[in-house]
Design a protein around this ligand. Structure first.
Ligand code: NAD
Length: 291
């Protein structure tokens, strides 16, 4: 079994990005600039946003963190988004999810200028992705595609089972892997919470992308020998033996899978680090388009 080292690949990608940023600066132009909007004090969201900002520094990007109170109205949040939309110094921005319950996420998403939507969640960008046009691809599925490419994992003609149909992972990765091209050309089945007899699908999968968020849901007796496992799940599980009081678990029972899988992404250190690297790649793309 081979471990897919997302940390190493993400570091490689960051180095590649850094080189391009150095070239931009050498030509006397400003570096890419990513902004992140965070509403409220959710611990996990603050951690994610913090590491996104740190990664910006690593590759020579400018970054701006817009911290807003959880009581902010939807109207005021949209005003902030409009300011970012019209700010010529900012190439892309993200609004960290989840948002407080009184704010309609769809309205916020629709307010973001698609040209700055480096998360790739706006319907314009999602539609372009589905039509195989160049656009900002949602960072997590984009990262999975990159891992498959860089590990030369054959996907053409293979049967891929995607567990989960969310707009940010399951749905887009099913479209990408089914599309023409490298890491694509796969026959994709999407299973979800209403699927009957899920195991009958996973047992016939050459590749499994699991994005459901239930720790150790996928066991080795649910897959065939030689399967490629991409574990997207990140769940904090209470653990009094850990300093933080919790450990991070994936969707896949990693230990039991060792004897069955040909390739597997660990959690942490698999898909997770790729997400930030690909967000940076989207921001660089936005900057290059505007030069
Ligand atoms: P979500 O909650 O939006 O969607 C979960 C999906 O799983 C749903 O489509 C649902 O139908 C399906 N599901 C739930 N229970 C099921 C069951 N018993 N059997 C089959 N399907 C079931 O989640 P999401 O936003 O797609 O995230 C999924 C997981 O991936 C979470 O653990 C999340 O933290 C993680 N995640 C990781 C990254 C990363 O960077 N690695 C990025 C995004 C999400």
């Amino acid at each position: 079994m081979k471990i897919i080292d997302g940390k190493e690949i993400s570091n490689q990608i960051k180095l590649e990005i850094k080189k391009e940023v150095d070239q931009i600066i050498l030509k006397g132009q400003r570096p890419p600039h990513l902004a992140a909007v965070i509403v409220g004090e959710d611990g996990a969201s603050l951690t994610y946003v913090g590491s996104k900002v740190r990664s910006c520094r690593q590759v020579g990007f400018e970054s701006t963190l817009v911290k807003l109170q959880s009581s902010i109205s939807e109207e005021k949040l949209i005003e902030k988004i409009n300011l970012l939309n019209s700010d010529k110094e900012i190439d892309g921005f993200i609004v960290q999810l989840p948002l407080p319950k009184h704010i309609n996420e769809e309205n916020i998403l629709m307010a973001i200028d698609p040209n700055k939507d480096v998360d790739g969640f706006h319907p314009t960008n999602f539609g372009k992705m589905a039509l195989n046009m160049e656009t900002f691809i949602p960072a997590t599925p984009f990262g999975i595609m990159e891992l498959l490419k860089r590990y030369n994992i054959e996907t053409s003609g293979k049967h891929t089972v995607v567990i989960g149909r969310s707009h940010i992972v399951g749905r887009p990765i099913s479209i990408l892997m089914n599309s023409k091209g490298k890491a694509g050309d796969s026959t994709v089945t999407v299973v979800h919470s209403r699927t009957v007899n899920l195991e009958s699908y996973t047992k016939n999968a050459d590749i499994i992308v699991s994005a459901l968020g239930i720790p150790e849901f996928v066991k080795s007796d649910m897959v065939k020998s030689g399967v490629v496992i991409i574990d997207v799940g990140i769940t904090r599980v209470k653990d009094d033996n850990s300093i933080k009081g919790y450990v991070i678990k994936g969707d896949v029972d990693f230990e039991s899978m060792k004897s069955k899988a040909s390739f597997i992404t660990p959690v942490p250190g698999g898909v997770g680090p790729m997400t930030i690297a690909m967000l940076l790649k989207n921001t660089l793309l936005s900057r290059k388009i505007s030069i």
